[in-house]
Write a protein that binds this ligand. Sequence first.
Ligand SMILES: *Cc1c(COP(=O)(O)O)cnc(C)c1O
Length: 392
Amino acid sequence: MKYQVDKNGFFGRFGGAYVPEILYKCVHDLQEAYLPIIESKEFQDEYYALLRDYVGRPSPLYYANRMSEKYGCKLYLKREDLNHTGAHKINNTVGQILMAKKMGKTRIIAETGAGQHGVATATVCALMNMKCEVFMGATDVERQHVNVERMKMLGATVHPVRTGNMTLSDACSEAIRDWCCHPEDTFYIVGSTMGPHPYPDIVAKMQSIISKEIKQQLEEKIGRDYPDYLIACVGGGSNAAGTIYHYIDDTRVKIVLAEAGGHGIDTDHTAATIHCGSEGILHGARTLVMQNEDGQIQEAFTISAGLDYPGIGPMHADLAEKGREKVLAINDDEAIRAGYELTRMEGIIPAIESAHAVAALSKLKFTPDDVVVLTVSGRGDKDIETYLNARS
Ligand SMILES: *Cc1c(COP(=O)(O)O)cnc(C)c1O
């Protein structure tokens, strides 16, 4: 693959590792260790065995008949919603916990917003018998009570974070603070393609199984291994990175990402970082950030807790700027409508995050032969109340 992070962790102008001095050694050790570990036979054997037998991979590539007819294309859904714990996040936590073990770490920390990454982390910590501490904004602890209970049942300690807006961004800051206090024994499992180098690259590689499978599955189903369109939603950017990973250099494939517009990109209530953000440093990386003129982080707003992040992975900041990715802002009401549509037309209730990707379909013009692969990043069980409230 030609498109790669450079040795300092940059994708074009974006990325890098802007961390406090106390973390230099920790981050440097990880930068040195991650590629040899990922490329080792031992890691690959363990990782692929767990993806198959524990996560349930490969996830199906499903031809959506009725939706294809409606949108005038050949629509395939990549079913990450069928993974263990209900979303793509488990692909990444399985990989990172193996990495933590190889590096001799004994204590795991993670940040979480909606709680999906917290649950995926607590799950693999139970599996590997590791101590697990999850940082979660106090507002989210209240909003996402069921996921908090799941994490506790799995044996994790959940720390409500009461700084700032008490949401995901603050949980990330708190996790980094904790890491500074325990750099020796602690491994920080980052949940998306964000954070200091090498995390954006680690997470993209762990999620790249999605496009690896899409290639094989398309070859089997249509006799060619690439689609005309790839569509995914983007919060920090991990399911999108996994969906496009093996196609970034392949210009036959158009890439369309859906970010959360909230009430609209011309309002203060939005999480559309690529549309509304400006260059800055957030959680260890230079990227696009929603901020005011003084560089204060502006709270992100969207109906979707999993897309509620005022930054964006540096790889996507770069690919969007270069025009390789077309990024659409999907508003709350459009996502809700699309979520209901997929539910009623295909019998699949998508996560509200994934519904943003579904909503992108109506904004694109297809020809009947166009092969479109859309990643359903997660299932909507956690969002039933949101869907019902939005309709009442
Ligand atoms: C967390 C989450 C997202 C957003 O995260 P990315 O890193 O952008 O993929 C999207 N969909 C679901 C179901 C999630 O749980």
